[in-house]
Write a protein that binds this ligand. Structure first.
Ligand code: TXA
Ligand code: MG
Length: 292
């Protein structure tokens, strides 16, 4: 499939999986209510979880009210893995934004999808995984019955950073870090202010994944049939190696191993590791050693 084929299908009201630098998205025209409904159906996504509208810089003002701070962030980071939550313009269907007065917008950095956007205009696209399962970072990971525009493996491999601009809040950590954003405005994290979609368990492999705050506790708990997901540390157990950009590939692979459980030590929330830690906390079936 070419970007032209994808654009043609989208304009005809179809849902198509598209590549981005973060993860593959399940796309539809942002103005097509029937296609938006189809996305929620295919993903099994709760209707109270809004979608991100993908745009080019030229298209963003048609979709959202862009404040001066938002404009500076867009100039610095687009195309790239930064999603901004801004006041929505009326053209954005309420179903795409779960009834909210705001809309999440981003310009992805992938030449095939940018070519599609030029032909179609704004596209809604949640990650192309069934709700609750790991996000797809290769075309082969997209196991939904939809046409896929194959753009190779995703370079970043973690979903975009999501921010609310006014007041400045980090809603979902990603490759653009809190520390970088704090150079523009006093961005904070807050459990009260998270993206609606981040409230529930997410990204989970079928194999039981147990996250440990304390590495010594993880080592003490190791037993036969358990593997360790590791970002470099060595363990006296079968190891599944990952980096931030291959975390989702590792979460997809875990289920091939027939492990009784997979353990992982939660990294400290700093820089890109804040995003890795966040995805692991959401994916884990249990977290050991968490102080309430
Ligand atoms: O990297 C990404 O962002 C990928 C690629 C495909 O672009 N997309 C993605 O979409 O991760 P999804 O649907 O899996 O996650 C979108 C997140 C959800 O947590 C949702 O709650 C949040 O964005 N969101 C969307 N609109 C929002 C809004 N108006 N206010 C707050 N959060 C919003
Ligand atoms: Mg998702």
């Amino acid at each position: 499939m070419t970007p032209e084929n994808a654009a043609q299908l989208l304009r005809a009201g179809r849902v198509v999986a598209i590549p981005t630098e973060t993860v593959y998205g399940l796309a539809a025209l942002a103005t097509d209510e029937a296609a938006i409904h189809e996305i929620f159906r295919i993903k099994g996504r709760p209707p109270d979880n809004p979608l991100i509208v993908h745009v080019t810089k030229e298209q963003v003002d048609d979709i959202a009210e862009v404040s001066p701070l938002a404009r500076r962030l867009i100039e610095r980071y687009w195309p790239g893995p930064l999603t901004l939550v801004l006041p929505a313009k009326e053209v954005v269907p309420l179903s795409a934004r779960a009834g909210l007065p705001t809309v999440a917008v981003r310009m992805p950095s992938h030449e095939l999808t940018l070519a599609v956007l030029q032909m179609t205009g704004p596209l809604v696209a949640p990650s192309a995984n069934p709700s609750g399962r790991p996000s797809p970072v290769t075309a082969a990971h997209v196991r939904l019955h939809v046409p896929v525009l194959d753009g190779g493996p995703c370079r970043v491999g973690l979903e975009s950073t999501i921010i609310q601009v006014a007041p400045p809040r980090l809603l979902r950590p990603g490759a653009i870090t809190l520390e970088e954003l704090q150079e523009f405005a006093p961005f904070t994290t807050s459990d009260a202010a998270i993206a609606p979609g981040m409230r529930h368990r997410h990204y989970s492999p079928r194999t039981r994944l147990v996250a440990f705050e304390d590495d010594a506790a993880l080592r003490a708990a190791l037993e036969e049939g358990v593997a360790v997901l590791t970002f470099g540390a060595e363990y006296p157990a079968p190891m599944i190696h990952a980096r931030p950009e291959t975390l989702f590939t590792a979460l997809h692979e875990i289920d091939k191993g027939e492990w009784k459980a997979v353990y992982v030590h939660l990294p400290k929330a700093e820089g890109i590791w804040r995003a890795v830690r966040n995805r692991l906390e959401k994916a884990a079936h249990a977290i050991e050693g968490r102080t309430a």
